[in-house]
Design a protein around this ligand. Sequence first.
Ligand code: AMP
Length: 188
Amino acid sequence: MGAVVTSAALDRARSAITAHTRRVDDFPVPGVCFKDLTPVLADPEGLDAVIAAMAEMCVGADYIAGIDARGFLLGGAIARELGIGVLAVRKGGKLPPPVISVDYQLEYGSARLEMPASGIALNGRRVAVVDDVLATGGTLRAAADLLTVAGARVCGMAVIMELVGLGGRERLAAGLGETIVVHTLCAG
Ligand code: AMP
């Protein structure tokens, strides 16, 4: 994975993100500015531009893994665009047993991600992980760890917005290695 995104796709996506992102101060806890990107995806031009640009970022993957819940909105559309399958990385407590799980820290609080322990043979398949926002990197790291336990080879990551200054990109590089490219459409 690691295709260069054409400037046309990036420009369209960035315009839509600038126009439609809703910023909510002090949510969900004081001091955090929540970036609500769902209005970007509710806009037809925004959805088309974001999916086109993120699909370019994920070329070469065998599967797209979307992280619960906003990553699901992206994952299915990107996978459809690339003609590949989509995987759901679920929040804890949603799936029937047996599951595999990873616990991790959020920018605010802690959480668990889960996948079915069986059903989809991922042995060595290349999986690109997608989500809306990269903050501290804990969620993407946990998803990558979970997919690795499931037998997949994480080949890259793509998010709409990277919150710079929270160390997420550095934490991912330290934990997963520099070879896994983290693609972002914009900084927030
Ligand atoms: P992190 O694990 O800290 O990188 O957090 C990333 C995950 O939490 C993503 O699934 C985001 O949807 C969500 N998230 C964390 N911080 C924010 C924020 N400031 N605005 C919007 N979503 C966020």
